[in-house]
Design a protein around this ligand. Structure first.
Ligand SMILES: C[S@@+](CC[C@H](N)C(=O)[O-])C[C@H]1O[C@@H](n2cnc3c(N)ncnc32)[C@H](O)[C@@H]1O
Length: 195
């Protein structure tokens, strides 16, 4: 349990594998290098946890999935329950993706060694959208990719000192004029957001 909003359960396919010695993967049909995560192993893990088909979204983490972005994070943050499936080596037997996953998600157009880091990225991005996750040190409202900034990038921030080695904080931020500051921030956000 993390705070009051997030309960995480971490499971290893090895713990519920029906195969001897905790085997979870096998050689690819058709030949080639690498090992493939077996469909019966994933089925056993899901059965052990849910006993039946999970009644919620099951996400297979794969570079071939829908790219994670803030709208998708917001969507997932609205889910009561979520299952994330990770693989290693060559990835999943395709039947896992076809029959057990409701979604496939990629955290970016590059290949990592396993789904552990992608799973953590997904969990962290969701966790900070849950009620009470952010303290007063961080605003989750007006930030990059938020609707408040029309999906654009956040404006620059400055703090004390107002001048350092001749590098000055923009005068408008010291003006105390909230309307001017808001206008300046909007403008900066628009200027740094690729069109
Ligand atoms: C080495 S990768 C497999 C790559 C796969 N053979 C391919 O070419 O698309 C092993 C596992 O790491 C995870 N993974 C690697 N990169 C990822 C990414 N960008 N997004 C999400 N998961 C990723 C997935 O679970 C994947 O099955």
């Amino acid at each position: 349990m993390l705070g009051t909003e997030l309960e995480l359960r971490l499971l290893s396919y090895r713990d519920t594998s029906p195969l001897t010695g905790g085997q979870v993967d096998d050689e690819p049909y058709g030949g080639g290098a690498g090992m493939v995560l077996r469909v019966d192993v994933v089925a056993a893990a899901l059965d052990a946890v849910y006993g039946k088909a999970p009644g919620h979204r099951v996400v297979a983490l794969t570079p071939q999935g829908r790219q994670l972005d803030q709208p998708l994070v917001e969507e997932l943050a609205g889910e009561e329950n979520l299952t994330l499936l990770s693989a290693r080596f060559e990835g999943f037997d395709e039947r896992v993706v076809e029959h057990f996953a409701t979604d496939t998600i990629s955290i970016g157009p590059y290949v990592l060694s396993g789904g552990e880091l992608p799973a953590m990225v997904v969990v962290d991005s969701i966790a900070r959208r849950l009620p009470g996750a952010l303290g007063s040190e961080e605003s989750g409202v007006e930030e990059s990719f938020s609707a408040e900034l029309d999906g654009g990038l956040e404006y620059p921030h400055y703090t004390r000192p107002a001048e350092f080695r001749g590098w000055e904080v923009p005068e408008v931020l010291l003006s105390g004029n909230d309307a001017r500051i808001a206008d300046w921030r909007r403008e900066q956000s628009r200027a740094r957001t690729p069109s």
